[in-house]
Design a protein around this ligand. Structure first.
Ligand code: HEM
Length: 223
């Protein structure tokens, strides 16, 4: 079999459309959830919350059966691997990463966990007057008020994580000259030809996973 020329570069699809749609819709919905909460537009705040639940459930499913770069087994590495990656952060070298790097993978997991906690706690929250989350009655009013406190506080952690996320992306651009944003928009990245392209899962599978996720979120909203 002919060997690929290590100097040769080619465009490779590293992020499938479902993962990119997930990302940018999540960004819009988090902003939406914040704005609606700040303005007391509680019905729309709920709608943003249920939509985020649908997205998160989709992402969990896609992390199991999606394209290679979306799969948790592919990008979740140990903290040692993440530290190893960060140890040569200041070295300027070509971007050969197919998907999340070891440090980014842990960051992604952390953000998903924080956002999961945010929407999960929202289900049990109350404003103490007019509006309760759909599961608040399961825990009683004292506990519900305590969970509401966590719901409010956790948003600060999300803000801190998003700030770190954006700073990290800027740092990769400034220090290593790696453009991570363009692939998250277009799906493609220029990589050495010797690097194998990831397997991209078919769109119908994404639709199926999304239908199950949206159905579950809808079920919660009707609870
Ligand atoms: C509310 C704000 C944001 C949240 C919650 C968020 C969350 C996430 C998550 C969960 C992922 C992992 C994607 C996946 O594997 O499914 C990710 C990746 C990514 N995000 Fe964001 N994001 C936010 C804002 C932004 C912004 C403003 C940018 C661009 C400036 C951005 C650029 C990226 C890029 C480039 C990646 C891929 C990083 C890599 O190559 O490993 N994100 N983000």
């Amino acid at each position: 079999m002919a060997q690929a020329d290590p100097q040769k570069m080619r465009w490779v699809k590293i992020w499938d459309a479902p993962t990119r749609l997930f990302h940018w819709t999540l960004v819009a919905l988090i902003i939406g959830a914040y704005v609606t909460a700040e303005n007391g537009w509680i019905d729309w705040h709920f709608r943003c919350g249920y939509s985020i639940i649908a997205l998160l459930l989709f992402r969990l499913g896609w992390g199991l059966v999606g394209s290679d770069t979306a799969r948790f087994v592919r990008f979740v590495k140990s903290p040692f691997a993440a530290l190893g990656h960060l140890a040569h952060f200041t070295r300027r070298e070509p971007d050969t990463e197919v998907g999340h790097n070891a440090a980014g993978g842990l960051m992604v997991l952390g953000m998903l966990a924080l956002i999961g906690f945010q929407v999960g706690s929202g289900l049990f929250s109350t404003d103490g007057i007019f509006t309760d989350g759909p599961l608040a009655s399961l825990v009683g009013s004292d506990m519900s008020e305590r969970i509401t406190g966590w719901h409010v506080f956790n948003f600060n952690l999300i803000l801190a994580a998003v700030a770190m996320h954006i700073l990290a992306i800027l740092a990769y651009a400034a220090v290593k000259r790696h453009d991570l944003v363009r692939p998250m928009v277009t799906g493609v990245k220029r990589l050495p030809a010797a690097i194998a392209a990831p397997r991209i899962a078919p769109w119908w599978r994404a639709l199926l996973v999304f239908a199950v996720a949206a159905g579950a979120a809808w079920g919660l909203s009707a609870a």
